[in-house]
Design a protein around this ligand. Structure first.
Ligand SMILES: [Zn+2]
Length: 616
């Protein structure tokens, strides 16, 4: 018995040592050279891929994994079965109460298969396991070593069901995301060969050199810089010049440096507009020549430039020379240097989806947190910064631009379906709980951090976080450490309670009583999660002053968030104490109201007990 216990203890101890290891110390590197031939009639394609993989890890690698995402779009795949079993399946993937994947015919389904594979010229054995290709290497790659993997592959583009596919509901012919054999990421946590069930994107940075051959009527847009615009035309040529093409097909040559994904889309009816930004990248727009959408797609263009400028100013400089907004897909999804969005939207919605997806360029493509493990750091931070951006570029003038996120979070808490944010993105019981947890609760992580450390310190934290962790796949501890360095506060309690538990915040005003010529205020902590408190006191004469109760375990104080009002910093509240008292230097009859957190940025699940109002 004793022995067993010791065994468990040592396992736990080594597990915690693992997670204490810092992220971003080293990154694998992979360069892709691909040639692909697309048959636009059968939606089948063949390709060659040369992949030069550099093992910067301290470990010798005996096998590697690839993602073959299109295999998810086959009856009986994990994605299909999950769709049939989850309580609230994605509507886009259902028809007549049935999974759309379950009814795909041979010619409609998707697939991606490796046909041959060599390592430094030697054939290697490989095995397909659903959406993952497992490769036993001919010789292990030593730490610091390099190897060349050469593959021939064939694929079929599935009907548009989720993210990628052919013939979208808006008639876009080819939305080519997750289309090539993609090397799985190996990082300080090990391999990440996640099956494609709903959502898991994590990748290795490298340089892409991609040649795509297809029917010359199609216009292509997506991730890379076009290398042969004078052979292609389609709006890429030097203005005023003429491009003559021979034959029925064109070969488009793209290069994309330092990206971890490569998307392209193609349609014979795309309009292609280009907007050069003065201090920024070149913006490209591709949308169907459909009179109903053209006006909004023209109005979208200057807004895209404004959003690019907003993010570059508030997060950090966008590191590429190009960004493309492409009509395609099934909603909005971010890719390297580009996005696929549905285009038949009201202007506000079109701008909104562009802003959200573009913000991902920073959080998913340059910082690139692992979306399956820390989805809130990607979707949540993206939601936070896009709320700020929309407020500015669409002149929304909302007092609390994050209001929607708080509403969603409170609904989740009341539903009883909440899971900790550390849950794997595919392992939530409902899509509802995943969505709110990743987007809304993830956004509140930052807006509420602003409440704790102060808004200026928050914005400074975001910039420093981007600067310190770009191209490093940061993990939760990295944003916490950045906020600690900027604010001088200790914030481990915030990271652990908010992201690893479903503890809630509930502080209340228990009583307000006369104490001679003074007034005694009693507060209570009802929720498990600790927080510092800002308290506003309004006098009968209209006067206002604030009180600040720091949380003892944060060992710091924020600057006065209401510099126009007098602020009194009270003693720290040690968390374990369920109650706290302080005295106002005014008689009870002069107190008109007392409010805990007038900003409402603290996500208190019961707002009613946050307010005391004198009886009339
Ligand atoms: Zn998103």
């Amino acid at each position: 018995m004793k022995r067993l216990r010791f065994f468990f203890f040592s396992v736990l101890a080594s597990a915690s040592l693992m997670t204490a290891q810092e992220s971003g110390q080293w990154q694998q590197h992979v360069d892709y050279t691909m040639n692909v031939d697309m048959d636009v009639k059968t939606y089948q394609y063949t390709g060659t891929q040369k992949l030069v993989y550099t093992n910067n890890s301290p470990d010798e690698l005996g096998r590697v994994f690839y993602h073959l995402y299109y295999n998810a779009f086959q009856p009986g795949s994990e994605m299909d079965i999950r769709l049939q079993n989850i309580k609230d399946p994605d509507n886009r993937m259902m028809e007549g109460g049935k999974s759309r994947i379950s009814t795909l015919s041979e010619s409609e389904m998707g697939y991606l298969h490796a046909e041959t594979l060599t390592q430094d010229g030697q054939p290697v054995s490989f095995k397909e396991e659903g959406t993952i290709l497992v490769v036993d290497l001919a010789k292990p790659i030593p730490s610091g070593g390099k190897t060349t993997l050469e593959m021939t592959f064939k694929g079929q583009v599935p009907l548009q069901i989720r993210r990628a596919g052919r013939n979208s509901s808006e008639g876009v012919a080819l939305s080519m995301s997750q289309w090539y054999p993609k090397l799985s990421e190996y990082d300080f946590e090990g391999w990440h060969p996640n099956p494609y069930i709903a959502r898991e994107f994590h990748g290795v940075w490298g340089d892409f050199d991609v040649k795509i051959t297809l029917d010359k009527e199609y216009t292509v847009g997506g991730t890379g810089y076009l290398q042969n615009p004078q052979e292609i035309g389609h709006g890429y040529e030097t203005p005023g010049s003429k491009v003559k093409t021979k034959g029925k097909t064109l070969t488009w040559h793209f290069k994309a440096p330092n990206v971890h994904d490569f998307m392209w889309a193609a349609d014979p009816e795309y309009i292609h507009d280009i907007l050069e930004m003065e201090d920024g990248p070149t913006l490209h727009f591709y949308y169907k020549n459909n009179p109903e959408i053209i006006e909004n797609w023209k109005k979208l263009q200057p807004k895209t430039a404004e959003a690019m400028a907003f993010f570059s100013k508030n997060i950090g400089k966008y590191p590429y020379e190009q960004y493309s907004v492409v009509q395609g897909g099934d909603g909005g999804m971010e890719y390297a240097m580009s996005t696929l969005v549905t285009g038949g939207r009201e202007l506000g919605s079109l701008v909104g989806v562009m802003v959200h997806e573009m913000a991902h360029s920073w959080f998913q493509h340059v910082l690139a947190t692992n979306e399956s493990e820390h989805e809130w750091m990607d979707e949540g931070f993206t939601t936070f910064i896009s709320s700020l951006c929309m407020n500015e570029i669409m002149q929304q003038e909302k007092q609390n631009p994050f209001e929607g996120s708080y509403r969603g979070y409170y609904a989740l808490v009341n539903s009883g379906l909440e899971k900790p944010q550390s849950t794997h993105a595919d392992r939530y019981t409902t899509n509802f709980a995943y969505g709110i947890s990743a987007y809304s609760k993830g956004s509140i992580f930052l807006s509420q951090l602003g409440y704790i450390i102060g808004q200026d310190k928050l914005m400074e934290t975001i910039k420093k976080y981007y600067d310190d962790f770009k191209f490093k796949h940061p993990v939760p501890n990295d944003i916490k450490r950045t906020a600690e360095k900027v604010s001088g506060m200790e914030l481990n309690w915030y990271l652990t309670d908010w992201t690893q538990t479903t503890n809630t915040i509930d502080y209340g005003i228990k009583s307000v009583e006369a104490d001679g010529e003074k007034t005694k205020v009693s507060l209570e902590r009802i929720g498990e999660m600790p927080m510092p408190l800002d308290i506003l006191v309004v006098g009968e004469d209209g006067s206002q002053e604030t009180f600040y109760i720091p949380l003892r375990m944060m060992f710091g104080e924020k600057d006065n968030p209401y510099p126009d009002l007098k602020r009194t910093v009270l003693d720290d509240w040690p968390w374990a104490y369920p109650s706290y008292e302080f005295t106002l230097d005014m008689p009870l009859e002069n107190v008109k109201a007392i409010v805990i957190d007038p900003s409402q940025l603290m996500a208190d699940v019961d707002g009613e007990n946050n307010v005391y109002q004198a009886e009339e």
